[in-house]
Design a protein around this ligand. Structure first.
Ligand code: NDP
Length: 355
């Protein structure tokens, strides 16, 4: 039997006020079941939105894990290690690394158990496949890969533009684009160390990095046109919204695709009318959660592809602040404080909780 702890919520609201520590036990696995220990999980914007109750896909509140009131475990993705297997389990063995097959799994916990089919095996560490890389694979890495490869057909030498260039998705997008031979322009918010950020993103694979102000400047447009030359800007990836999205859309070539996958500024997406008419722009949304529930085989295919990139050291994990939690040694109040502090820090930097 394993003594486990989870971060749960029973009401929607301000995450740091709603989360609680829940203790439960896990019995030996069923014949086709496995018991897992969590090795690492990120805190993603969608995890926070679920606790706030504003994310359209979220786990049902239910009387699970011995709770007398309806609860849900926070978190969508994690890397876990198999610690016990039932006698009928075929493809997993003790020590294997796995990630959940589907979102809404509830990953902010010390241990979990389930059927073999609840998880995708990703093997063991190799090359750049670190805990960080594996724990964040199924949301941000897969999102970047799918948006670059399934929305429209990009050929080597084609361009894409994106805002939120410093985001994890944005960092994966420029790396994957470089692997596939696409050029990129990443738009970032200005800051005192902007030159450092530009160099960092260019070292990852970004062709050019510009500020929001440069993206909105008519004068700077000449420079961008020189960079692109006879090339085609076929795709724009938007996770910001507001004025940033209009400026991004203006960089598209005729028949370009504008994809919105996030709304970090919390402002509506706006476009100049002329782009629709004179450039035949197509604007659409992208949501990995829906794709994942609809087509698990596609997810497995993308996971396999990006795993190879990590193993071949073509891809590196997005930067995150890693904090270690010792679930056993910490009391409930300390675990709660740990997560409240991590939620606070996640407002300025991606958090990876390692155990
Ligand atoms: P990160 O936590 O890694 O980074 C957040 C990014 O948002 C940074 O680039 C940050 O820029 C920027 N940002 C934060 N606040 C604002 C603001 N007010 N205005 C403009 N930019 C801002 O993010 P992720 O990579 O985890 O996620 C990025 C977005 O993608 C989120 O909206 C997330 O929900 C979404 N997403 C959507 C998916 C889908 O399937 N639709 C899948 C995965 C992610 P700065 O460096 O300047 O602070």
């Amino acid at each position: 039997m394993v003594n486990a702890k989870a971060i749960v919520y029973s009401n929607y609201g301000i995450p740091s006020e709603e989360i609680k520590v829940h203790k439960y036990t896990i019995d030996s696995p069923t014949a086709d079941g496995v018991v897992l220990k969590t090795l690492a999980h990120p805190i993603n914007p969608s995890d926070i939105n679920q606790i706030e109750g504003v994310y359209p896909s979220r786990p049902q509140l239910a009387e699970i894990l011995g709770s007398e009131i309806p609860i849900a475990v926070a978190g969508n993705e994690a890397l876990s290690k198999v610690v016990e297997v039932g006698p009928d389990v075929k493809d997993l063995k003790v020590g294997d690394w796995v990630i959940p097959s589907f979102p809404n799994y509830g990953t902010w916990r010390s241990h979990c158990s389930g059927k073999e089919s609840d998880y995708i095996k990703i093997g063991s560490p190799e090359g750049n496949l670190t805990k960080n890389a594996a724990a964040c694979l199924s949301v941000n890495t897969c999102t970047a890969y799918e948006m670059l490869t399934t929305i429209t057909k990009l050929e080597p030498g084609d361009w894409f533009v994106q805002n939120g260039g410093t985001s994890s998705v944005g960092r994966f997008a420029v790396q994957i684009a470089k692997i596939l031979g696409y050029n990129s322009i990443s738009v970032v918010r200005d800051r005192p160390n902007i030159e450092e950020v530009k160099q960092e993103l260019q070292a990852l694979g970004a062709t050019h990095v510009i500020t929001e102000e440069q993206c909105g400047s008519r004068q700077f447009l000449k420079t961008i046109k020189q960079w692109i030359g006879n090339g085609q800007v076929k795709l724009a990836l938007n996770c910001v919204g507001g004025e940033s999205s209009s400026n991004l859309a203006r960089k598209l070539s005729p028949d370009g695709f504008f994809v919105t996958y996030g709304g970090m500024s919390k402002r509506p997406v706006t476009f100049p009318t002329s782009l629709f008419i004179f450039k035949n722009l197509t604007a659409k949304g992208y949501w990995i959660t829906k794709n994942n529930f609809k087509d698990l085989d596609q997810k497995k295919h993308v996971v396999k592809t990006v795993l190879e990139y990590f193993r071949d050291q073509k891809l590196v994990a997005a930067t995150a602040e890693e904090t270690e939690i010792d679930w056993e040694a910490l009391g409930d109040a300390e675990v709660l404080k740990f997560y409240q502090d991590s939620l606070q820090r996640s407002k300025s930097r991606k958090q990876l909780i390692v155990s």
